[in-house]
Design a protein around this ligand. Structure first.
Ligand SMILES: Cc1cc2nc3c(=O)[nH]c(=O)nc-3n(C[C@H](O)[C@H](O)[C@H](O)COP(=O)(O)OP(=O)(O)OC[C@H]3O[C@@H](n4cnc5c(N)ncnc54)[C@H](O)[C@@H]3O)c2cc1C
Length: 718
């Protein structure tokens, strides 16, 4: 409503300006004819004429009418070089800023919502260099004044204050030229006389100068970074990839596919964390545990109450069998066949172009390379608890090997950590018969998810027998003979829990030391610091995967790998910024928790307005038939629109169900499109359609429906 009023006022003002024929004055000829009359008024009432002129200039600029340049000349003709410049400079800057604000108010949201994907890169560029662009555009008067105001108003990042002062500064030189021309108005016949090609060219040069300066600074910076190293004249390889986990494998695969000469160095096991200690073994044990659970609760399915009998040794043997089964996908043989040279050994970066490999079977090899991709992953964090070494502990790195030696699951298992890994393992071992105590310092488990999700996850774990202790801080470990204890603190009270096995799952820290980053001065914090192109301090050294962050998933490692490989091999022609706009993930507890995009807590933290639509799986035919009705789908959308901001699914196969929303978000499909898609009956995937239907019901056009009701009753003759 307010916007309609603003548009009406603008239209009225434009009509008035044309009705009073003011635009007739806004040409050099018009100005020449009226200048003597205007001059007389100025001599009689200088302040009034000055104020009127100033206001008219602002109005013309605000309404984006042609004539700002003539007004600047007029300022020179009427008020002379000094006062004319002051008046024109302030009036044009204020008018430009108001036009910018008007465009922002009327058009920005519409344009940003409609083209937000296309504008992401522009917004990011504007956030970084927007003021520089603005300055350049202002300095070069060949870019229409009104167009700059309109376009800049559509961007999301420039602050009004900055817009004002950069505009004023940028336009100053042009203003002086025009005002000066105004002082010579009588001799002037057209606008084009003011700007000779030489003058325009020098302005253009001035305009591009800040950008050129930026590139020069960047070039010098690069030179400085490389200054203490001498670049080889020839290189043995196009690319050396350090680490044979998800990130390293995909990087070298891509490099080989585009015929680069690539060497992959792996110190330990091909496949890295995911295959050997992470996703694969954890999902294998989850399956066995789930089966045990289903058998135990056979009565839900009309079966006799059964107690699963199994050999834990066999369960663990199956875990290792699954690893062996998947291993060929990541094997040296496969990658060699693909064209990757795989070296088994420990790599150290010697200089920006040289990697030394301490080969596992003895000897060292030095290779020079154009580019390097660091894909060294992360290792489990071991909390600095007094007594921990004495009692002994497991991590995801050691548990699969150590537990495989046992005939039975640990009787009393303490798991430190309430994140995804801690939750998955707690539930699995509880289902396999361990008495599990899960310890989390924060107020709830799975803290990145919304509270309702955490609560549901906690219920699920508790139902399976896990003792979930939140707000419990581990203080120390103690040993009494063969007995082992962990001491926790909860609300200033200490409690001691006896255990047989302690598993640390408190997070994983990027591998940052021991392979040359320190000597090269490559900056690290929690991860290796990279820019949007995954370049480190050295533009030919990249990082991908857990070592680069910000995510720690196999699929994000693979995603980054594409950018690292392409930027490393083809960055001289075109570089790509890594795109994190749609990142899904899942925690494979039962029921699964899967998410893409924003949840409520993210949206609140970022101040992003949203609407919520929920669909409970209790109403889904297939979930009822399967006995898997625990869970829901929660979709966040832009208020009043079907555009998806984020989705959380809790339920059986949530991670698979999420894929439809990931695709929708990636390709900007809304809930209407999901609703309009046939989903097979009876499947869990129908839940996706039903949540879209729920959204549609909430957004039904009530007024039209009321009219339709009247229409139908009229048709019935009622
Ligand atoms: C228990 C558990 C469950 C998980 N579950 C999932 C899941 O369900 N889904 C999911 O997406 N993610 C999961 N993850 C996370 C996933 O495993 C990691 O995000 C992924 O493995 C990261 O891959 P990466 O290539 O960055 O590192 P890594 O897989 O760690 O690979 C790095 C490799 O670099 C090698 N290396 C290190 N330094 C050197 C050197 N100097 N020279 C030579 N080689 C070196 C290492 O030996 C290692 O093999 C899980 C992790 C764990 C621990």
């Amino acid at each position: 409503m307010k916007k309609i009023m603003v548009i009406s006022v603008i239209t009225l003002l434009v009509i008035l300006i044309y009705a009073f024929d003011i635009q007739a004055y806004l040409s050099v000829d018009g100005l020449k004819h009226s200048v003597s009359q205007l001059e007389m008024w100025r001599v009689e009432r200088p302040l009034l004429v000055g104020a009127l002129f100033f206001s008219l200039y602002i109005l013309i600029a605000l309404l984006s009418l042609p004539g700002a340049a003539v007004m600047t000349i007029g300022a020179g003709a009427l008020f002379g070089l000094l006062w004319g410049s002051i008046i024109a400079s302030f009036a044009s800057s204020i008018g430009a800023t108001l036009a910018f604000l008007l465009s922002r108010y009327l058009l920005r949201d519409v344009v940003q919502n409609r083209f937000d994907k296309q504008l992401t890169a522009i917004n990011a560029g504007m956030a970084k260099d927007g003021l520089l662009y603005l300055f350049a555009l202002r300095l070069v008067p060949i870019f229409p004044f009104f167009l700059i105001n309109l376009l800049m108003g559509l961007t999301t990042t420039i602050r009004t204050r900055d817009y004002y002062w950069v505009s004023q500064l940028g336009m100053l030189a042009g203003t002086l030229v025009y005002v000066n021309a105004g002082t010579q108005l009588i001799r002037l016949t057209s606008l084009s006389e003011i700007m000779s090609p030489a003058l325009l060219a020098s302005f253009a040069l001035l305009g591009v100068f800040p950008m050129m300066a930026k590139y020069v600074v960047k070039y010098l910076e690069r030179r400085r970074v490389y200054a203490r190293w001498s670049e080889p004249e020839k290189f043995d390889r196009n690319l050396i990839v350090i680490g044979g986990g998800a990130a390293g494998l995909v990087t070298s695969y891509i490099a080989a596919a585009v015929k680069a000469k690539v060497t992959l160095v792996e110190a330990h096991k091909m496949g890295g964390d995911c295959l050997n200690y992470g996703c694969v073994p954890s999902k294998a044990i989850i399956k066995s545990a789930r089966l045990a659970h289903t058998i135990r609760h056979g009565e839900h399915y009309g079966l006799e109450n059964l107690t699963p009998t199994f050999s834990f040794r066999n369960v663990m043997a199956r875990v290792h069998e699954v690893i062996r089964h998947v291993a060929p996908h990541d094997s040296i043989e496969r990658y060699t066949r693909l064209g990757v040279e795989v070296l088994e050994g420990y790599a150290t970066i010697i200089d920006p172009w040289t990697v030394e490999i301490k080969l596992n079977n003895g000897g060292t090899q030095r290779l020079t390379t154009r580019s390097i991709v660091i894909a060294t992953g992360a290792r489990p964090v071991v909390p600095p608890l007094p007594g921990l070494e004495e009692v002994g502990y497991l991590t995801s790195d050691t548990m699969w090997r150590e537990l495989a030696k046992l005939d039975a699951p640990p009787a009393r298992l303490v798991i430190l950590g309430g994140g995804p890994i801690g939750c998955e393992l707690s539930q699995s071992f509880a289902r396999l018969g361990s008495q599990v105590t899960q310890v989390e310092m924060a107020s709830r488990i799975m803290i990145r998810e919304d509270e309702d999700v955490s609560a549901l996850a906690r219920d699920a774990l508790t139902r399976d027998g896990v003792l979930v202790l939140t707000e419990h801080k581990a203080l120390r470990c103690e040993k009494e003979g063969e007995r082992k204890f962990i001491v926790l603190e909860h609300k200033n009270i200490e409690l001691r829990i006896e255990f047989d096995v302690l598993l640390c799952a408190v997070g994983r820290a990027a591998r940052l030391s021991g392979y040359g980053l320190e000597a090269l001065g490559i900056e690290t914090q929690r991860t290796v610091i990279t820019n949007d192109y995954l370049e480190t301090l050295y533009p030919n050294i990249f990082a991908a995967g857990d070592v680069a962050g910000p995510y720690q998933f196999t699929h994000t490692a693979g995603h980054q790998a594409w950018y690292a490989a392409v930027n490393a091999l083809f960055g001289d022609f075109k570089r790509f910024k890594v795109d994190y706009s749609v990142v899904p993930w899942a925690t494979f507890i039962d029921p699964e928790v899967a998410r893409v995009g924003l949840n409520e807590q993210d949206a609140r933290e970022k101040g992003i307005p949203y609407e919520i639509t929920r669909f409970g799986l209790a109403d889904l035919d297939r979930a009822i038939a399967d006995g898997t009705t625990h869970g829901f789908i929660k979709v966040l959308t832009v208020p009043g629109k079907d555009r998806i901001l984020g989705v959380t699914i809790v339920g059986e196969h949530a991670a698979d169900l999420l894929a439809e929303f990931v695709l929708a978000m990636k390709h900007r499909l809304g809930l209407n499109q999901i609703l309009g898609t046939i989903h097979t009956y009876p499947t869990l995937s129908e839940a996706n359609k039903y949540v879209a239907g729920e959204w549609k019901r909430q957004h039904a056009p009530q007024r039209i429906l009321n009219w339709l009701a009247r229409y139908h009753s009229w048709k019935r003759g009622a």
